[in-house]
Design a binder for this molecule. Structure first.
Ligand code: CU
Length: 147
């Protein structure tokens, strides 16, 4: 009788320990990984599935659904989407450093291809563009916000 009670007591204690361990694991669980933004590129749009994310590591997954090669350049700028300046030597392309900061880019995304990269983004206003000659002017740009 005593031995049986003891076994039950140990079993109950084990149950309590498991519950506490679970609680601790949930409380201290690892923070979520990078935010993923899926961007669709075609002629001539650059469409992210969200227009704002929280600051931190952001993975952009760019899918080329068009018939031409595209890219995605991340510019940190307060300029409006349509107000980026053209390059003096190559007016079909945006000057990525004039009043904007190039944070990074995913280049040479072939037709039907998906390319991803992760960037550490600080709060602010951004513009995403495709800087293949003529594509920005044709409409491949979108405003993006990091909060
Ligand atoms: Cu393009």
């Amino acid at each position: 009788m005593f031995k049986q009670f003891s076994a039950l007591k140990w079993l109950a204690l084990l149950g309590v320990i498991v519950l506490i361990a679970l609680g601790v694991a949930i409380y201290f669980r690892a923070p979520a990984g990078p935010t993923t933004v899926r961007v669709t590129a075609d002629e001539f749009n650059l469409k992210p599935n969200v227009n704002s994310v929280s600051a931190g590591k952001v993975t952009f997954q760019v899918v080329n659904q068009g018939k031409l090669e595209h890219e995605m350049v991340i510019l940190k700028t307060d300029l409006a989407v349509a107000s980026l300046k053209p390059r003096a030597a190559d007016p079909d392309k945006v000057d990525e450093e004039a009043l904007a900061k190039n944070i990074g880019e995913i280049e040479d995304i072939g037709v039907g291809e998906t390319k991803s990269d992760t960037f550490d983004l600080t709060p602010g206003r951004y513009v995403l563009i495709c800087n293949v000659a003529g594509h920005y002017k044709a409409g491949m740009s979108t405003a993006f916000e990091v909060k």
